[in-house]
Design a protein around this ligand. Structure first.
Ligand SMILES: Cc1cc2nc3c(=O)[nH]c(=O)nc-3n(C[C@H](O)[C@H](O)[C@H](O)COP(=O)(O)OP(=O)(O)OC[C@H]3O[C@@H](n4cnc5c(N)ncnc54)[C@H](O)[C@@H]3O)c2cc1C
Length: 253
């Protein structure tokens, strides 16, 4: 798994402090940034966190590139609607010999790993065979419709991918670019850094939070699972019960 911070709003903490200053002072736009030293900016950001004024955090966005994750993981990621996504297409990109993610718990049990690998082998082969069969059929159809051979073959392969992908598993490797604003990231971290989240998306979320903290330490100082951010666990009976341990982990991440 690889998580890269591709870009972020420049001077993220200053932008947040600037937006907040507009709310709480009579400064005009031209002078809003005046006096916003590093110290003052940090003070503003900490004050905003303490009063829960999160709307000003929406002015700052972070864009990540993520690869080497499963489709099971990306499906969980894209459930977060307050974000923008671009994902490797299984229509336009040929998945012949596709890569797949093996969960560590399967890796650790030799019989399960053998069964898993055998299943992946079958699926790789099935995908290839179905794509070939459909390509042949679609090529003939396109030629009958008047396309030249080269164009027909290219279009047929794309059309074949659309249906052959139905045999691809949740384990199939994918790549995705995601942009979220800080407020949405807070919500994402609350849900996905939680011990109740699945291991793969939790690892993605932890790395995203680590990268965010490098760039905007004051903004993300208290970000993390709900028990860290809000001081209490919302999971009720399903709580992991490891509040102290989790708190320690997210202090230093
Ligand atoms: C441990 C865990 C288990 C899960 N299990 C399941 C499961 O079994 N089945 C399942 O379907 N999902 C499951 N989910 C996904 C979960 O229900 C959310 O869809 C996902 O976490 C996205 O959260 P969100 O809606 O807060 O994020 P976003 O979509 O980014 O929304 C952010 C916030 O904006 C507001 N918002 C967004 N859209 C609307 C809207 N249409 N109306 C009103 N307010 C809105 C809400 O306040 C929301 O919290 C699970 C998530 C976790 C962390």
């Amino acid at each position: 798994m690889k998580v890269m911070l591709i870009a972020h709003t420049p001077e993220p903490e200053k932008i947040i402090a600037t937006a907040a200053k507009l709310c709480y002072s009579s400064s005009d736009i031209g002078s809003l940034k005046d006096g916003l030293t590093e110290e003052k900016t940090a003070e503003f950001v900490n004050m905003l966190a303490s009063i829960g004024h999160e709307s000003v955090m929406e002015h700052v966005s972070f864009t990540f590139g993520i690869e080497g994750i499963s489709r099971a993981c990306s499906h969980q990621l894209v459930r977060h609607r307050i974000a923008s996504y671009s994902q490797k297409s299984q229509r336009y990109v040929n998945e012949d010999g596709f890569d797949f993610i093996t969960p560590p718990e399967i890796e650790a049990v030799p019989e399960a790993k053998a069964e898993f690998d055998r299943t992946m082998e079958v699926l790789v082969e099935s995908y290839h065979k179905i794509a070939e069969m459909l390509t042949e059929k679609h090529t003939a159809d396109f030629i009958a419709q008047g396309q030249d051979e080269k164009t027909a073959a290219r279009n047929a392969r794309k059309k074949a991918n659309e249906d052959a992908r139905f045999v691809l598993p949740n384990a199939c490797e994918t790549k995705i670019v995601v942009t979220m604003n800080v407020r949405s990231l807070f919500n994402f971290f609350e849900h996905r850094c939680c011990n109740r989240a699945q291991w793969e998306i939790k690892a993605v979320a932890d790395e995203m939070l680590r990268l965010c903290r490098e760039v905007a330490p004051n903004v993300f100082k208290n970000a993390g699972p709900s028990c860290v951010k809000e001081g209490k666990c919302p999971e009720g009976k399903m709580t992991c019960g490891k509040f102290a341990e989790v708190r320690e982990k997210y202090k230093v991440l």
